[in-house]
Design a protein around this ligand. Sequence first.
Ligand code: ADP
Ligand code: MG
Length: 392
Amino acid sequence: MKRGIDHLEVGGQSVFVRVDANVPLVDGRIRDDTRLRAVQPTLNALRARGARVILGAHLGRPRGHVDRTLSMAPVATCLSGLLGVEISMAPDSVGPDVSALVRGLRDGEILMLENLRFHPGEERNEPEFATSLANLADCYIGDAFGAAHRAHASTVGVPGILPSVAGPLMCAEVEALERATGQPDRPYVAVLGGGKTSDKIGVLEQLASVVDVLMLGGGLANTFLKNFGHHMGRSLVEPGQSAVVAAVREIAKKSSCRLMLPTDVLVAASPVDDASVAVVEVDAIPCDQMALDIGPDTSAMYTQVLGSARTVIWNGPVGVYERAAFAKGTRALVRALADSPGFVVAAGGDAAAAVQTAGLAHRMGHLSTGGGAALEFIEGRDLPGLAVLPDA
Ligand code: ADP
Ligand code: MG
């Protein structure tokens, strides 16, 4: 447990709040404001206690250069609308103009700093940049779980200088992930999908060593099926993963983890909506077809396992869920997770999007907004942005 905001005197103080505001933008418009909605309670609580809030965040990958298309201004406007209060927008994240704006803040007011990653010092965690940020504030709140696996100036540098606590979102993420990985109730089940195997080696190996059942889907499962001797046609199969597949299989065997792969799949010539599709067994995939979703038998089998699970971790869709024609398996999975009697943690950008689309976020035990950070946590790695914050 991390020390939370109740342990911080914030009234009349300038408080640097690092949030995760990395929302998807299309033509300068915010396509999904889930992350901004999530920080609302934190900001309301701080405002009610008279804090002078300095919001720090990043958007996209400007790589240390000013990129006007990645300005935080739309974020400030959106947050301002959600909270129903004015949020002023700083022209930069450091410098005399920003300091002047901070000095002008009154109790309960909010200032949004410009994209932290416009400065190369942010991602390099340069002491000068961290010090400039720290000089703006009296204390620090780390509430960007999605950035906690990065040792950047705003996630590690500043809390190393100022009195710091973890924000409510950070605390909620840690609590849920600890519950799902510490002493989980059993049966303990993991579902892993997504495109690439190489992205998820650490999580695969870790989960295979602790869960009772590991169910695979998506492109990840294709790679396993291929290495188990199936002909995968033109399916997405990642080359060079045979050692990983063998290792996961071996770990699962040693730990009495039941490794489950699809027995049937939905195939088509390409992942387009109007493709003609067919359900085939995994040993009968035509050579000119691609496996793009799990089939109904696999869905039923996975649903049944989830029906008696007590703890579940899910990451990665089990098909090309962006296309309606191949979204059925993922939709059925989300349903089964919602109906599962277990404590369910859904982690990852695409997993979270699938849950949101289904309107079933409220039926999950926890929906992690931080994909990469959640996976590193599940893997058992130390997150620098978390480790730097003091324990309760
Ligand atoms: P998450 O964001 O939940 O961690 P990933 O980013 O690992 O998930 O994977 C999501 C991607 O995997 C999606 O874009 C999806 O289209 C792709 N995918 C899933 N199944 C397949 C498949 N059978 N073939 C090709 N791509 C797939
Ligand atoms: Mg993704």
